[in-house]
Design a protein around this ligand. Structure first.
Ligand SMILES: [Zn+2]
Length: 335
């Protein structure tokens, strides 16, 4: 199995109820294979590759040489994400309607593309000017960082390119430390509608200034079991997009706050439990391993009103998933 495949596999979300794995066919809506859907899938693939110039395809292959580098795996994955333009830069978060401004948070004078953050921003240039002459003499500007990587790759030794990759990653980490160091707090709460057999979950994310940066309501089928509902709520808090964003955006500790002391205790307990809740708690623990720093905290119901209201109101809507994430949105959050 190639590294690229492994990375994709790692991204597949795990079941929160411990459901068995099963093979599905993405070419059809219901997940099962038919000859007709197979034909369309192949035809699409062919059409897409014909639309691509051979030159483009050659270039695409060139940057993948980074998988051969003798550097830590995380640095290779970093370069892979960079070349696919998949870093959460201001421009990318702006495109996804998560941030209002695409401007570079360091120099404030240009839009923060991947290329800008890692190469042409003054702060990045200062770093590159200390490096090997072949790299800092290259004052090339390109739209994509991938193009710079490939141009340098054509004239530099592998060792220099390994250095280049590590340095780019350090520049990104330094940028993250500069722009955000603090914590993000997610409150969760669950409500149950016994009649309809559904549970409603409310999530609310606040930055360390107490400003609400996002909310989410989820409705899903569930048992009339408050503890189970709370555990699912805690799991959803960990899976919340706002948490992932925050982790990507900077050096952030995530605090999870809920009014179920049993769930909070369960997270820290060393004893493995085999009931329905135990399975979800195991899933939550697994999820937490992706965070550099986290804490689960118990809060009284009276301090968790906003999450509680969100959970209750989601029971009145049909399979709701509403999410909002705004930069420095000063929503009244005195509850
Ligand atoms: Zn800049």
């Amino acid at each position: 199995m190639g590294t690229e495949t492994a990375v994709i596999i790692q991204k597949i979300p795990l079941s929160q109820t411990g459901a068995r794995d099963r093979l599905i066919w993405l070419g059809s809506k219901n997940g099962s294979y038919s000859v007709k859907s197979g034909y369309h899938f192949l035809k699409n693939m062919q059409d897409n590759s014909q639309g691509q110039s051979s030159n483009e395809m050659q270039l695409q292959e060139r940057w993948t040489c980074c998988w051969q580098f003798k550097i830590p795996q995380a640095a290779k994955v970093f370069m892979w994400r960079v070349c696919l333009e998949a870093l959460p830069t201001r421009v990318n978060l702006h495109k996804r309607k998560i941030l209002k401004s695409p401007m570079c948070p360091i120099c404030l004078s240009e839009e923060e593309t991947v290329e800008h953050a890692l190469w042409s921003c003054k702060s990045a240039m200062d770093v590159w000017s200390q490096g090997p002459i072949a790299i800092h003499k290259s004052s090339d500007r390109a739209e994509k960082f991938k193009d710079i990587f490939e141009k340098l790759g054509a004239k530099c030794e592998q060792q220099a390119m390994e250095f280049f990759t590590i340095t780019a990653r350090n520049i990104w980490h330094r940028r993250n430390r500069l722009i955000f160091e603090g914590f993000l707090k997610i409150n969760w709460n669950a409500a149950i509608c016994e009649e309809n057999g559904i549970i409603g979950l409310g999530l609310i994310a606040r930055d360390q200034g107490g400003h609400v940066v996002g909310t989410k309501k989820i409705t899903q089928a569930g048992f009339n079991d408050p503890l189970l509902a709370e555990a699912i709520g805690a799991y959803q808090a960990g899976a919340y997009q706002a948490v992932k964003m925050a982790m990507e955006m900077g050096n952030v500790c995530v605090l999870f706050e809920g009014d179920s002391s049993q769930v909070v205790k369960g997270i820290y307990s060393q004893v493995e439990r085999w009931d329905r809740v135990g399975m979800i708690i195991t899933d939550i623990r697994l999820q937490l391993t992706f965070f550099t720093s986290w804490k689960f905290l118990f809060i009284r119901r009276s301090g968790n009103t906003l999450a509680h209201n969100l959970a209750k109101s989601s029971l009145n809507e049909e399979s709701v998933v509403t999410a909002l994430l705004l930069e420095s949105s000063h929503v009244n959050s005195d509850v």
